[in-house]
Design a protein around this ligand. Structure first.
Ligand code: PBG
Length: 327
């Protein structure tokens, strides 16, 4: 009988009280782990509730500054910006996405001016700007790759010109990280980083986000560019390719149903890994808590620590402010 077995070894000794549990905790959360998504809309003096994302809002440009200030004061180092574009400004060539005074560009400039230290990341994809609600350009019912990637590279440069610290391509076109990196280098944006959505799955968990931006695909689905939930080897390949193409941070998305992918990607790349705790994951916890079916704070913190345990270095989450307040 070895002394590392019962009755000599007892795992409960290390669980006996709050302090010893804290001492042996293998992972921890801090506000520095979080990236707070921010939805921007046109207008002034307003914020709009998103029914499928209770407690989350879209902000007009002036109000988004207040929100950014709160985020910064909570010790959260980064925001990830998304623009809600009015329908009449949507087309099939990203006109609004490229405008130097577009909503996204204005938001970046305003936030960087007031809060120069806050890390500003921008979503790069066409869907909020597309009359078809797709992430790329549509031709004869297909989402064309190379032309879309070229346009996304222009969009990334436009965000960099506005002052974005990181661009975050969420479109899943092939080769776009390389094209974006080269476009940034050509325009001397050597310091602008890329957070690549490398393993982004065709997921039903994006539903509430598409409500928030009114960006649901007008025809078909996104399965010709976003990944099949059945696959993990492919995710590792996508992550390795994006690292080679110049990504500074590799993202896995969604989060909770894909923790195995987070772990596998973390072990495959040598840059920080982020995970996106997406809108549907937020909505599930919120809805169950509203019904009194689970404790919101506990469920939230358990989900967030699970990302750290899986290997994520950074977590983009709608819970960022709530969690930072608790920490
Ligand atoms: C757009 C984009 C989406 C999300 C982030 N960027 C939606 C989609 O691909 O349809 C989802 C975020 C969330 O659900 O919280 N390319």
């Amino acid at each position: 009988m070895s002394h590392s077995e019962f009755p000599y070894f007892r795992g409960r000794r290390l669980r006996a009280g709050e302090n010893i549990r804290r001492m042996v905790a293998e992972h921890s959360l801090s506000a520095s782990d979080f990236i707070a998504p921010l939805f921007v809309m046109v207008g002034t003096g307003g914020k709009a509730a998103i029914p499928s994302m209770p407690g989350y809002f879209r902000f007009t440009l002036d109000m988004v500054l207040k929100e950014a200030e709160e985020i910064q004061n909570l010790g959260i180092p980064a925001v990830l910006l998304f623009a809600k574009v009015p329908d009449e400004k949507k087309d099939n060539k990203g006109t609004e996405a490229l405008k130097p005074d577009g909503l996204m560009q204005q938001a970046v400039r305003a936030i960087k001016k007031e809060f120069p230290d806050l890390v500003v990341m921008t979503d790069v994809a066409l869907d909020p700007y597309s009359s078809y609600g797709h992430d790329g350009i549509v031709k004869e019912g297909q989402i064309v790759n190379d032309e879309s990637a070229e346009l996304l590279a222009k969009m990334a440069v436009s965000h960099a010109e506005a002052g974005a610290d990181f661009v975050a391509p969420s479109d899943m076109m092939d080769g776009r990280i390389l094209m974006i990196r080269e476009a940034l280098e050509d325009d001397a944006f050597h310091q602008t980083g890329i957070m690549a959505y490398s393993a982004k799955y065709a997921s039903s968990y994006y539903g509430p986000f598409r409500d928030a931006l009114d960006s649901a695909p007008g025809f078909g689905d996104k399965k010709t560019y976003q990944m099949d939930p059945a696959n993990i080897t492919e995710a590792i390949n996508e992550a390795i390719l994006d690292e080679k193409e110049g990504a500074d941070i590799i993202m896995v998305k969604p989060g909770l149903p894909y923790l195995d992918v987070v772990r596998a990607v973390k072990e495959a790349v040598h840059v920080p890994v982020s995970v996106y705790n997406v809108s549907g994951e937020y909505a599930m916890i919120k809805a169950a808590a509203e019904k009194g079916w689970l404790n919101e704070e506990h469920a939230m913190m358990e989900a967030l620590i699970a990302f750290k345990r899986a290997g994520a270095d950074l977590i983009a989450t709608y819970f960022a402010k709530d969690a930072a307040r608790l920490l």
